[in-house]
Design a protein around this ligand. Sequence first.
Ligand code: GDP
Ligand code: MG
Length: 172
Amino acid sequence: KSGFIGIIGRPNVGKSTLMNHLVGQKIAITSPVAQTTRNRLRGILTTPEAQFIFVDTPGIHKPHHQLGKVLVKNAIGAISTVDILLLMVDGSVEAGGGDRFITEILLQTKTPVILGLNKIDLRSSLSRSRDVEVIDRSYQELADNLKWPIARFSATTGEGLPDLLTLLRDRL
Ligand code: GDP
Ligand code: MG
């Protein structure tokens, strides 16, 4: 099995960090500054069961200026050329307008989508377990209507990534 996985999501959710972790090379540029990734970058992960070709994209957000429009156009271009879309979100905070904006864009595609909740390592510092429930519910609402499976992981620690790969492999 082999296929292309498009990693999309608003800026700073950890798309490039995930790609670096999975592919094991610093090929995508990560930065706390939004929009460091201006072009699509590819990384290949070969396991005994499948070959995953990850396509990192610039963050999608509502464009406020011309460069922003180009970045969004590139990201939408990537959507139409992959086998699976991994919509990454920041699982340490509730779903926001940026995530809903991308969800609306994805209604235009027939490509299968997996919703990836990243940064779960930060959840242990949330004061109350109720906060985690509120966060989870906000993303559940996005995913349920569209029947997207949800994966929870940390691109930094690697927690949850084996399960993510299994989900991806089963859809190739
Ligand atoms: P991108 O814009 O979506 O490509 O985001 P980046 O990969 O550049 O990451 C943005 C910031 O989030 C960086 O400071 C990363 O170190 C941080 N980050 C990414 N993934 C994780 C994670 O799983 N846990 C934590 N704590 N930080 C993360
Ligand atoms: Mg990036």
